[in-house]
Design a protein around this ligand. Structure first.
Ligand SMILES: Cc1cc2nc3c(=O)[nH]c(=O)nc-3n(C[C@H](O)[C@H](O)[C@H](O)COP(=O)(O)OP(=O)(O)OC[C@H]3O[C@@H](n4cnc5c(N)ncnc54)[C@H](O)[C@@H]3O)c2cc1C
Length: 420
């Protein structure tokens, strides 16, 4: 088919999308406030250097209320099939809604793991019962989810995890320790990886579970980050009994299921950028009277280029997804580029602020929001897989460089030397 023949259809689609965007904007205008420098709940929250339990519970309640409003208005799970509570529309429409919502004072942050990582994993691997039990509840904002993957001895080398699950009748009994689990202290449900066979190579003896966080034996202890806020946890699992019906995918097939979650996680982080746009950096430079400084101008131009590259990387990934191509190393590229982006933006912010960059919290401009952005960069760079690990993936899978020698991939996990 020629381009000329295709054009009318694509024009019609563009028009339809523009109409949808206008409808979304009208709803947002009627229901929320556009983010501005004067009224900015996002900046107020992100500049916090500590968080009381009351304030945190208030935040969870606010996120739940927002997610419910979005659901009631018909904008939750736009690209999720209708039988699971979604709208059965396209991922392009879902992205338009996310793009526009990001410009408003709407926060659904505590659902990031659930909506962006758990929903696609459930849809791809869940049983009918699992999908019907969990997806609608997630879309309605009824359940906060956390990811119980990393362990003290298994982060980059996630398949080296040693939390064990042993089958006991219709249940599994889980013992072990997880770490860096965002939202675990406020979560209703968790996605959990545990070792169920020690006599096969490490990737083949892992099972993926859905765990009710109120089950006796689950204990999440908050860990304080460099920003002063404690949003993640170490989670202890002591004789935790999980029904067999809560295994996602096949027993010992958890590594394959986890790939869906991990890819979605890299896309989530790679598609982000601390909720800031290029305009925010220009406004900061204006506030400090630095927009005529040639060095700052040059760095702002570089930042603009990075924002554009990220936008087009996102488009490329979405086009591949739309064409039904399996997501390959694009998620690693996106994660790597966003890591570089947040690191350089952190440096740019401090260069713009100059000596004032040394101030902190209430003493600093916008209550230290920009200092918190600088300190928060490491969370983004490490979470979801470090830069070094993404480079390894790209080196081996895209550039075809020789792989690291990995006898632990073939030996029975029981015989592989472990971290202490
Ligand atoms: C903000 C934040 C939120 C997180 N949220 C969650 C969560 O909700 N749930 C969860 O399960 N986990 C979570 N994590 C954990 C995250 O996935 C791990 O921190 C990450 O995978 C790195 O593992 P690690 O911290 O054990 O570091 P390690 O794996 O110990 O790595 C230490 C250093 O060694 C380097 N390194 C390791 N292996 C290699 C290699 N083969 N080649 C070259 N260099 C290597 C790494 O790049 C890094 O610099 C979160 C982390 C952060 C920072």
């Amino acid at each position: 088919m020629s381009i000329a023949e295709r054009a009318p259809a694509s024009d019609a689609m563009e028009e339809e999308l523009a109409a949808f965007r206008a409808e979304v904007l009208a709803w947002l205008e009627a229901n929320s406030t556009r983010r501005s420098r004067d009224v900015n709940e996002f900046k107020r929250r992100m500049s916090a250097t500590s968080q009381s339990q009351d304030r945190e519970l208030e935040h969870v309640a606010a996120c739940k209320a927002w997610q419910r409003r979005i659901y009631d208005a018909g904008y939750a799970g736009l690209n999720v099939p209708e039988e699971y509570g979604g709208q059965g529309r396209s991922s392009t429409e879902a992205r338009v809604f996310q793009q526009e919502m990001a410009r408003y004072e709407i926060d659904t942050g505590v659902f990031s793991v659930g909506l962006a990582m758990v929903v696609p994993t459930l849809l791809a691997h869940g049983t009918e019962e699992q999908k019907r039990q969990h997806v609608p509840a997630l879309l309605k904002g009824e359940a906060v989810w956390c990811q119980l993957f990393s362990e003290p001895g298994a982060g980059s080398d996630l398949a080296g995890l040693t939390t064990r699950a042993v089958r006991d009748g219709d249940e599994w009994v889980v013992d072990g320790q997880k770490v860096w689990n965002s939202f675990a202290h406020i979560a209703d449900w968790g996605i959990l990886l545990a070792r169920t066979d020690w006599d096969v190579p490490k990737h083949r003896g892992i099972t993926y579970f859905l765990v009710d966080m109120t089950t006796p034996g689950v204990e999440a202890r908050p860990l304080r980050q460099i920003t002063g806020v404690a949003h993640f946890n170490e989670t202890f699992l002591d004789g935790v009994r999980i029904p067999n019906a809560n295994v996602l995918g096949d027993p010992n097939g958890g590594w394959g299921v986890a790939q869906t979650t991990l890819m979605a996680e890299r896309m989530l982080i790679g598609g982000g950028g601390m909720g800031l746009g290029f305009r925010d950096y220009v406004e900061l430079a204006r506030h400090y009277g630095r927009t005529t400084d040639p060095l700052i101008r040059q760095r702002l131009a570089q930042a603009y280029t990075r924002f554009e590259i990220l936008k087009w990387l996102g488009e490329r990934a979405r086009a591949a997804a739309k064409a039904g191509k399996p997501m390959g190393p694009e998620s690693s590229v996106a994660k790597l580029v966003i890591s570089d982006h947040v690191a350089r933006n952190g440096d740019l912010v401090l260069a713009i602020e100059g000596a004032e960059g040394m101030l902190y919290s209430a003493d600093a401009f916008e209550d230290g929001f920009w200092q918190q952005m600088f300190l928060g960069q490491w969370g983004i760079r490490i979470g979801g897989g470090t830069e070094q690990v993404q480079r390894n993936i790209l080196g081996e899978r895209v550039l075809g460089l020789p792989a690291e020698s990995r006898p632990d991939k073939t030996d029975a996990f029981r015989d592989v030397p472990k971290n202490a």
